[in-house]
Design a protein around this ligand. Structure first.
Ligand code: F6P
Length: 320
């Protein structure tokens, strides 16, 4: 394998740059030419790429976002789009691809492998941490810490004014961010799409807590479960308390990656190159416990990552 392509696709996540750097420098260490494609699959289809060297990835381990840019490319989801991408890859002479992204990006990688046998290895990167077969995906730890540092600040003002704050975090289909943020922030309630919730019960709990002397509270809601504003309206109506809401939004996707995300990104980037060079394909590089693993993309995409309900229970016990 002489030329390896790299792309980032889907929603950006902090640590993608560290992963790109790892892929590029591992390639260089092993005598392989690395090529970066811009704007995800679109860059492959349009042959928008650049040969990379050690300098092109200098100084990026500390930065969020992705120097290769990213996109959600709908054309690539169609067979004609993938045929176009294959023509481009063959024209440039790319022997294998490392695809860094979430489930949509990994689905594209799997199709390229299944339909044309093109060598691909996926690297899980999504702040949502909803990709199965790896304990962590790149960016989750940073997003949780970014949200947490914002919520810790809100706690100060909630306490000072005896207010309830409803804070919406990202996670359109799941509550992984909400659970870890809620537990670590000491939230009084966590609302996620995976669990039924009742705003009347939550309101009653808030009233009981206030009777016991707890005058301010934080409620974390995953965007996929409910809108913070609606939760605010309902709790305000039921309790009569002063309730404010806040949507953290895309700030959770940016910023300098934590040490955890940098180490993970470097390990998975290097592992992806090693897998390609040892002839593996159609797999996702992941981490389970302390071990680097490789799982068939078909298995990854056919599985579902379950929320750890014991964390929710723990958060509840911590709040009473
Ligand atoms: O999948 C990552 C994510 O940040 C989700 O948590 C969020 O719902 C979505 O992307 C937002 O996507 P976009 O940036 O396209 O609005």
């Amino acid at each position: 394998m002489k030329k390896i392509g790299i792309l980032t696709s889907g929603g950006d996540s902090p640590g993608m740059n560290a992963a790109i750097r790892s892929v590029v420098r591992t390639c260089l260490a092993k005598g392989v030419e690395p090529y970066g494609f811009y704007h995800g699959w679109r860059g492959v289809m349009e042959e928008n790429y650049q040969q990379m060297n050690t300098i092109s990835v200098g100084g990026i381990v500390t930065t969020g976002g992705t120097i290769l840019r990213t996109a959600r490319c709908l054309e690539f989801m169609k067979p004609e789009g993938r045929e176009q991408a294959l023509r481009s890859l063959r024209h440039i002479g790319i022997d294998g691809l490392v695809v860094i992204g979430g489930d949509g990006s990994l689905t594209g990688a799997m199709k390229l492998y299944q339909e044309a046998g093109f060598p691909v290895i996926g690297v899980p990167a999504s702040i949502d941490n909803d990709i199965p077969c790896s304990d962590y995906s790149i960016g989750f730890d940073t997003a949780v810490n970014t949200a947490l540092s914002a919520i810790d600040k809100v706690r100060d003002t909630a306490y000072s004014h005896d207010r309830v704050f409803v804070i919406e975090v990202m996670g359109r289909r799941n509550g992984f961010i909400a659970v870890d943020v809620g537990l670590s922030a000491g939230a009084e309630a966590i609302i996620i799409p995976e669990m039924p919730y009742n705003l009347m019960d939550i309101s009653e709990n808030l009233i009981q807590m206030r009777d016991k002397g707890k005058k301010s509270s934080i409620i974390i809601v995953a965007e996929g479960a409910a809108a913070a504003r609606d939760v605010r309206d309902s709790i305000q109506e039921h309790t009569g308390f002063e309730v404010r809401y806040m949507v953290l939004g895309h700030m959770q996707r940016g910023g300098s990656p934590t040490a955890h995300d940098r180490v993970l990104s470097m390990q998975l980037g290097a592992h992806a190159v090693d897998l390609l060079l040892s002839g593996e394909s159609g797999k996702m590089a992941g981490i389970q416990g302390r071990s680097l693993v490789a799982t068939d993309l078909e298995t990854v995409l056919g599985s579902k990552r379950e929320i750890d309900l014991s964390k929710l229970k723990l958060a509840y016990h911590m709040s009473i």
